[in-house]
Design a protein around this ligand. Structure first.
Ligand code: HEM
Length: 336
């Protein structure tokens, strides 16, 4: 009798528990609803013209100044490596909060913000309050690459914008004097393989750098073509001229091709971090990949596009996280 009473009590308790606890699948779908994945159809219903609006603005900007394709690509990289692709890099300093723009990797260096502003303000006319700044930048970077002859990649959308920048996390960006081991570590920390890192580095086939970032290499690096170093020394004296620029790829600075890898084989990488991929004791796998890309444009383009797709999906905010900023330079005012 006692046993039966105990059995009933236990059964009733289990039933109650079952009723009160959320079903595992309900719990899972609640989490999924809070942060759904990025999607290829995200703006199909709410802003079908989103991509074409951004593309048109970027094409116009790059036609006026080809370097802007490179500048947008770099800005997207610096957005994604710092707290995920959340548009945090676009925030201006406020009296209370230091943004990411004034930090050492970005100050007097990141450029092209006016292109993102122009695309965003056009989007605000077409479909107000819908397209995030993080998505605007991700699309702008891709269109910047395409506009200078590079490959395209499928971009999933639905990123939301951060509510704050993260200036101290810009330390997670690699520096131009990083040795291979340091580069490997920094990219691995973001989930990239060494091979993906080598493919992403091919971004340096476009754009410019200011003298202060390559001065350390051109006066004192045995693994550099001497004639090329001498040429750069004229533009970049030991003292002064910090902001004078030189192309990252002297052969075709505004054409997204595989010349970067050919440059490395000739020891004409602009940064130590570039040349670290070849001839600096990098090891066979990395050097073989550099050689392969230098001979095979389509292999490089395919791997670059795949790695960009992965980079552009780094820790996005989605669903109810963050917000869609109206102005990419500041968070939305609090609603009373
Ligand atoms: C591997 C580690 C990397 C290092 C150490 C590095 C460092 C730098 C530095 C110092 C500059 C010159 C900035 C200036 O003078 O203002 C630069 C330019 C640039 N970087 Fe990187 N970068 C790296 C990887 C990447 C990646 C992964 C991308 C994109 C996927 C990228 C895209 C660019 C572009 C396009 C430019 C030219 C920007 C312009 O002309 O405005 N970089 N990088």
């Amino acid at each position: 009798m006692e046993n039966r009473a105990l059995f009933f009590a236990a059964t009733t308790f289990s039933l109650l528990l079952l009723l009160l606890l959320p079903h595992p699948s309900t719990a899972a779908s609640a989490t999924a609803a809070a942060s759904p994945p990025l999607s290829s159809t995200f703006y199909h219903a709410t802003c079908p013209r989103a991509t074409s609006v951004i593309r048109a603005v970027v094409q116009r900007a790059v036609a006026g100044e080809p370097r802007l394709g490179a500048s947008l690509l770099r800005m997207h990289f610096h957005d994604c490596f710092v707290q995920g692709c959340d548009g945090s890099v676009l925030l201006d300093d406020t009296g209370a909060v230091e943004g990411e723009k004034g930090t050492p990797p970005n100050k007097n260096s990141l450029r092209g913000f006016q292109v993102v502003d122009a695309a965003k303000s056009e989007l605000e006319h077409v479909c107000p309050g819908v397209v995030s700044c993080a998505d605007t930048l991700a699309v702008a970077a891709r269109e910047g690459v395409v506009a200078v002859g590079g490959p395209s990649w499928d971009l999933l959308l639905g990123r939301r914008d951060s509510l704050a920048p993260n200036a101290s996390a810009t330390i997670e960006l690699p520096g131009p004097d990083s040795p291979l081991a340091g580069l490997r570590e920094m990219f691995a920390a973001k989930g990239f393989t060494e091979a993906e890192m080598v493919a992403l580095s091919g971004a340096h086939t476009i754009g410019r750098s200011s003298c202060r970032f390559f001065r350390g290499r051109i006066y004192n690096d045995a693994n550099m073509d001497r004639e090329y170093a001498a040429r750069l020394q004229t533009a970049c004296p030991p003292v002064g001229g910090d902001l004078t620029v030189a192309p990252l790829d002297p052969r075709s600075p505004d054409m997204f091709d595989n010349a970067y890898y050919g440059n490395l084989v000739e020891r004409k990488g602009l940064f130590r971090s570039d040349q670290a991929l070849f001839g600096g004791g990098g090891g066979n796998a990395v050097e073989e990949q550099v050689l392969r890309y230098s001979r095979n444009l389509s292999a490089f383009e395919a791997d670059f596009a795949a790695a960009m797709q992965k980079m552009s999906a780094l820790s996005p905010l989605t669903g109810g996280q963050g917000e869609v900023r109206v102005n990419c330079r500041r968070v939305n005012p609090a609603v009373e």
